[in-house]
Design a protein around this ligand. Sequence first.
Ligand code: AMP
Length: 567
Amino acid sequence: MIVGIDLGTTNSLIAVFRDGRPQLIPNALGDFSTPSAVALDETGKLIVGLAARERAATDPGRSAQAFKRWMGSDRTVTLGDRKFRAEELSALVLQWLKADAEAFLGEPVTEAVITVPAYFNEAQRRATRTAGELAGLKVERLLNEPTAAGLAYGLQDRPDNSTFLVFDLGGGTFDVSVLEYFDGVVEVRASAGDTRLGGEDFAHAAGKLFLERCTGLSPAERERLLQDPTLWWRAAEQAKRDLSERDQTVMGLMLDGRRLELELTRADLETATAELLQRLRRPIERALQDAQLSPTALDEVVLVGGATRMPMIRQLITRLFQRLPLRTIDPDQAIAQGAAVQAGLKARDAALEEVVLTDVMPFSLGVISSQQIGQQRVGDRFSPIIERNTPVPVSRMNRYVTVSDNQSHVELDIRQGESPVGSDNLHLGKLEIELPPLPAGQAEVEVRFTYDANGLLEVDVRDVQRGRTASTLIRNTATEMSEAQIEQALARLRMLKRHPRDEEENRYLIERAKRLYEDRLGAEREAIQHWLSQFEQVLDTQDGRAIRQARVQMREALDSVDGGFRF
Ligand code: AMP
């Protein structure tokens, strides 16, 4: 059986083409979405999905998330005392999905169509194939995510020359692609985006409104909340989602056993995010320009990604394109559904061809710098010089000034990646230049990055005062796993012990209770502790019926504390 898989940065989904239509497959918890999160528990056993995401809050040193960002690099993540490459972590997620599909379909699943971002380069694509192989799946095809969304919406059934614009606003990234269909071939004609713009920014804006307006906060508490967004992001996320359904909501959060509340309207959120909305326009304009199409020439605009549920997004699209966008498919599910459509076509030997746009810069390239925020200087910031998705060849320049008096030199630390934290990005090289002694902020360097179609990056730095220059050449070395490494990884992954599938919900409830225990104080904390002990006692009895009952009670009890939202 061939399945379609959306292997996402935050969530992954698996679907199959059956009875003439794509069907999503639920996981062991009954959800269609499985968080792309992996953790090892205290006994070294593997946890994947929602339980791993919960665990990441209480045990970050043994958990990994968002590893899709490292595909195609040799960066490893350490869980406990083991190191994993992104391919291996992705393989664990794929294995989990495969097991869900096998349980659901009652037959082995051996082949898959897996989706990848349109801007993934060769190394990232090969890494995705390797992940499939490590999970025991033959990767029949890698499909571009926007193309998958287009297939879910029936682009392949349209007349020749039909064009779709796919607007994908996820949790942390924004992608726009223009697709064209002609004679059985889908072409990604242009793609643009913003790797630092997503649904999370809108939740963040709701949180900031809370800090500004909530009257029950002391200055010290406000400062604490300002410093530690983990204290309020769930409440902000919930408020944002509520405002997609209603005109107003109450954003509430617990702080030291006290409940704080603020009434928020949809209009409040829209005003606070006007600038974010504005930033969505540029990539749209760029994609249309690159595809040489006017907004009205497009046949359809398709919305995917959970954040397109916000009414303001639909209004923006309607205004910009003078028409209603297509959004009949759940925006979280469109890509997986499209992958299943491709799997269905494949099974019937009628697969669609795809022309991939590859002449874009797949990663952001930049240097580590520090940033002045008020009186404070924050180090280890990533300062991108060439942003991801820029068409190549490209040459861009930034200027930097010294941070200390009489600074004798600058050492550029050249990095590739999308994290705002400089050292989280892949190190590519170093380049040093000497500077004349001057007060801080007065000695200036110009840094120019030139990237060509062969993946060669040339970095030039010039001391503006004296005109001296230094330069270096960096070859984009794709870091693929060798056959031997794949064999070793297969053996290592096989050794990892996992909990039985039917115990997955128990695991999730335990991890969630632990996370809530850390979050809360006082009476709530005691109650959570009590429920957890009770639940673990019942689990020890190994009495199936009693466990099922206890599970329902535990879920209800935890829902009463955090409102039952799963993010
Ligand atoms: P994705 O990466 O496509 O799963 O998108 C996840 C993003 O969608 C997150 O930022 C969520 O907060 C956002 N999202 C999900 N549901 C809603 C909703 N009802 N209203 C607003 N944003 C949502």
